[in-house]
Structure formats: C-alpha cells, structure tokens
Design a protein around this ligand. Structure first.
Ligand code: UD1
Ligand code: MG
Length: 414
C-alpha cells in the first residue's frame, strides 16, 4: 500500500510512463489507420515526389493528427485523477483544489475543441477567415476559467517603460484579446510553415522539447507548480508528436493535416496561458513569427496568394526550387506595392519582370521562409530543406534561452 502511495505521489513520473505508452501506441496504430483514411477520402498528393509516367500519384493518408490527438486525450483522461488523488483521498474534501482541477479540465476542453474543429477543417477544407475564427472559439472555455480563477489582467511593465507607465499596468479586456490572439497565432503559424515532408511535426517537436527543457529548469525555481502543470500536457504531447514525426519524415507515409497543426498550437497556447509564461513561450516561435510577418502581405491579400505556396518540385533533378505568384503591378493597391518593393529591396524575394504574352505581368517568389531558404541556398533536396529548417528552429530555441535568461534582466526583475 505504501509503495502504491509513493508511486502515486510522483505525478511527473506517472505522466512520463503514460507518455511512453502513448508513443508506443501511436507508433503501432498510426499505420493501421492508413487504409481507413484513404477509404474515407482523407488523403493528399505529395507534390514533391516523382510520378512514373502513366501512373497515378501515390495517395498519402492525411489528417492523421486526429489519431495522435485522440491518443493524447486518452492519456490525459487517464492521468486526470493522479495529481489530485492526495487532496481527495488523504487531505479531506474541504481542501480539494477546485480551481486547479477546473483549469486542468478546461485546458483539455480547449485542446479537445481545437482537435475537433481542426478535423472539421481537414474534412471540409474551410476558408482562411474560418481558420482564424476556429482557434478563437476554442480558447473561450480557457479564457473563462482564467477570468474566474486568476482574474488579474495586470502586467508588469518592462523596466525601460516604467518611468512612462508605472510599475504595473492593468490591460483589462485587452489582456483577453491578447490571449485569444496568442491561440490564433500559434495554431496558424505552424500551419503556414508547411508543405514539405516532416516540417509541421518537426517544428512542433522541437518547440515541445524546448518548452519542456524550460519547464524542467523552472521546476527548481520560483513557481514550480505552473511548470509542473505545463509538463503534464507537454510530455504526452511531445510523445505522440514524435511518433507522428517518425512517419511524416521524408519520404512521408502520412500527412499530419490541419488537425495536427491546430492541436499543437493550442497545446502550446494553453500551457503558455495557464502556466503564466506566454511571453517566453512566444520566444520559442522565432522562425514562425518571422514566417508569419513575412507572409502578412499574402495572408491579407495585398499581394495575390495562391492556394499552395509550397516550393516547386523539379522531377528531373528531384530538387525543390522557389514557387512564384504572378500579377500585374497596376492591380496591386498601395500597401501591396509598398510591401513588394520593400521585400525586393531587402532581397527577400526573387522578382521576374515583363512576364506573360503582353509582358505586363510580374512574378515574384512566394513570401515564405521556405522560399527564402531556397533563394539563399539555391535548389535543394526536400529532406535537406527540412533539415535546414530544423536547424533554424534549434538555433531559435538557443536564442530564446539566451533572451530569457541573459537579456530578460534588462527588461524585468527575474
Ligand atoms: C498551408 C499553406 C500553403 C501550403 C500548404 C502545404 C499558407 C497561407 N498556406 O495551407 O501555402 O502549400 O499549407 O501544406 O501558407 N503537402 C505536400 N507535402 C507535404 C505536406 C503537404 O505535398 O509534406 C501537400 C499535400 O498535397 C497535402 C496538402 O499539402 O494534401 C495539405 O495542404 P493543407 O494543409 O490543406 O494546406 P493549408 O494548411 O490550407
Ligand atoms: Mg495545413
């Protein structure tokens, strides 16, 4: 009995064991779902692979993120009683930490909603404006719990701004707008850094590991509870993500689908919000922030945005090169022209002028970090491009740790 009590008092170890079980389960079951997904019409064409003449392109099962999400949820549902068992059984019901319990369940509700809405997106192929709306809806339960439980919308003002604004600032409603936008950003930023084998799962895996490293370090410091809470979610998440990455790596046996991107982004947003480290969490998204800002002119249609901006495949060389968007200069509005010229001057895009029959068209490479890498390095093999992006993600995490532990003292008392 005592041995059992000792084990139950180690929620992180139980969570790690469940995560390992989740990883093994995902490794075993994911391939078994391929025929079911293909039969249900949930498949895509790998646009960067050779198709032998006279043959149909291979059908790659898509939206397998839903299976990873389901395994994650099962682990979490089994885990729910573990951190609370002592308060319930030993300490007496009056002491039960209802506020922590409701945070836990609301976090799961938000992630669960996001998986459901992401899967709806994969099945129905929703439009961009809906993609922005879905994460906002899914965060509402979480924000509600944050409001009732924590309530404070006051932030500490960075030191250089303190003479102007004072030591603390109450953001009120704006604080909730910020948190809602955080979820929209995390989910979509992963979804638009996509299109080559292994990239969605790879970036999420590195972000997951980086936040976990941050949490483990912080366990020994000021507020261990928030970081322990974050680890309860991130260990199972990273475990199922590892299995997805294994099968999604070049050459992909499965596509993760928007379900996975939303599931990942929401999990990161949830732990950042409820763990009270949303600013640090965003630091681990440096490549995504860059790709998102770079993409803004196309996302908001100041410059035409084709349905797919992934790099173009050359079957003769088996390499990827930049993909382009085509338009007439006079069709761009003032913002479109400004962004286009700015990016051109900065050397971020490749431009071809006088294209088309009447030579009135301009072509420029799509505004993504993938195309930018191909502009810098020239045509690359798909796997090489993924590895470059993974290296950038790891460097981004190192920079994040540097900012958090070496530079943060300039702005905050840490
Ligand atoms: C986002 C991007 C889009 C990019 C697409 C690729 C924006 C605004 N949208 O759209 O530019 O082309 O992701 O995922 O930036 N695919 C591959 N190889 C891969 C992964 C995906 O060929 O390794 C193709 C497959 O045909 C797959 C499709 O991309 O079916 C999935 O695209 P989807 O996730 O539906 O695109 P979006 O997220 O809408
Ligand atoms: Mg997608």
């Amino acid at each position: 009995m005592e041995a059992l009590t000792n084990i139950l008092d180690q929620p992180l170890i139980i969570n790690a064991a469940l995560s390992l079980a989740g990883f093994i389960l995902a490794m075993v079951v994911l391939p078994r779902f391929y025929p079911l997904f293909i039969k249900a019409g949930l498949f895509g064409k790998d646009m960067s692979k050779r198709v032998p003449p006279g043959k149909e392109p291979v059908k790659v099962p898509e939206a397998l993120g839903v299976i990873a999400g389901a395994i994650f949820l099962c682990i979490m549902f089994l885990f729910i009683p573990i951190p609370f068992w002592r308060s319930w059984v030993v300490d007496g019901k009056e002491e039960f930490p209802h506020h922590e319990f409701v945070e836990f369940v609301a976090a799961l509700l938000s992630i669960c909603c996001m998986i459901f809405l992401g899967f709806a997106d994969d099945v129905l192929d929703l439009r961009w404006r809906h993609k922005l709306l879905l994460p906002t809806m899914a965060t509402l339960p979480l924000l509600m719990v944050y409001l009732v439980n924590f309530g404070s919308t006051t932030i500490i003002v960075p030191k250089p701004l303190q003479p102007l604004l004072g030591p603390a600032l109450n953001l009120g409603l704006l604080y909730f707008v910020y948190m809602g936008m955080l979820a929209v950003f995390c989910t979509n930023a992963i979804n638009i850094l996509a299109g080559i084998n292994g990239i969605e799962a790879g970036q999420s895996f590195i972000i997951g590991l980086s936040i976990m490293a941050f949490n483990f370090y912080e366990l020994t410091r000021k507020y261990p509870e928030s970081h322990q809470f974050s680890l309860y979610f991130l260990m199972p998440y990273t475990a199922v993500c590892a299995a997805i990455l294994y099968y999604n790596w070049y050459p992909s046996k499965l596509f993760v689908g928007d379900t996975f991107c939303y599931f990942s982004g929401m999990t990161f947003a949830v732990v950042g919000i409820l763990g009270h480290f949303s600013k640090t969490m965003l630091l681990f998204f440096i490549p995504q922030v860059f790709n998102f800002i770079f993409s803004v002119p196309q996302l908001f249609h100041f410059v035409p945005c084709p349905r797919h901006r992934l790099p173009r495949y050359n079957s003769k060389t088996d390499k990827l090169s930049m993909s382009y968007t085509k338009f007439k200069m006079k069709d761009l509005n003032i913002l479109g022209k400004t962004f286009f010229k700015l990016y051109w001057i900065l050397g971020l895009i490749d431009v071809r002028q006088g294209v088309g029959e009447d030579r009135e068209y301009v072509e420029c490479s799509n505004f993504t970090i993938l195309n930018l890498m191909l502009r810098i390095f020239g045509p690359l093999h798909e796997q090489t491009l993924t590895i470059i992006l993974m290296v950038i993600q790891i460097i981004g995490s190192c920079v994040a740790f540097f900012i958090r532990y070496k530079l943060a003292g300039v702005f905050y008392d840490v």
